[in-house]
Design a protein around this ligand. Sequence first.
Ligand code: MTE
Ligand code: MO
Length: 219
Amino acid sequence: MSDEPTGPLKDKLIRTKEKWAQEGRALTGHTADPNKVRLPPGQRLTQDFPVLDLGVQPNLSTSDWSLTVAGQVGHPIQWDWKAFLAQPQVTLTNDIHCVTTWSRYDNVWTGVPMRALLAQAKPFDTAAAVMLRSYDGYSTNLALADIDRDDVLIAHTWNGKPLDREHGGPVRLVVPHLYFWKSAKWLRHITFMSKDTPGYWEARGYHMRGDPWKEQRYD
Ligand SMILES: Nc1nc2c(c(=O)[nH]1)N[C@H]1C(S)=C(S)[C@@H](COP(=O)(O)O)O[C@H]1N2
Ligand SMILES: [Mo]
């Protein structure tokens, strides 16, 4: 499978975001303590739910969708919709922080806790990171420590309703403690790797980790 998206992309938006990385746009030079301040540095609060992607929004029904887990794991996984819904389910409320500076509070997500997937997949001791790959060709990387957390989930429901196509339905990842580009929409594959490797935006100047409290916007 190609790591590069195909189809009519939002070329102008992609170039603009590459330019932001080069210029260090929106950097305040401050860090903050998430236990003391709710809004990370350089962010502004919004009530609506902006849509950000590369311009390709896969039209997947739940019967078209499946998730595979491979790489440095003892037990590779393939979940179709039915198998996915048969996993443990959790409902969590969290805040979204996008690197383009919008934040949105109190999003209620339901889905499978990432720790349930980890318990089944049994990553090798050598596994250090994952690459997420999506149905639009998007990819993003995460350190194992950043998904092995109680607040990370593979979500199918937002605010009590099935996740809209434009927000990554039927299934997306939610990693609330990092900038939202790490939360892959239309999730398709998770590959466990021994070495952290850049995904789509990380290869275009964005930070390998993306902690909003440390303003890790760019590399
Ligand atoms: N598959 C996929 N996931 C993606 C993206 C994308 O282009 N493709 N964009 C990322 C970015 S940059 C952001 S800010 C969030 C936006 O999610 P939203 O459209 O639900 O607000 O999705 C992230 N996940
Ligand atoms: Mo983003």
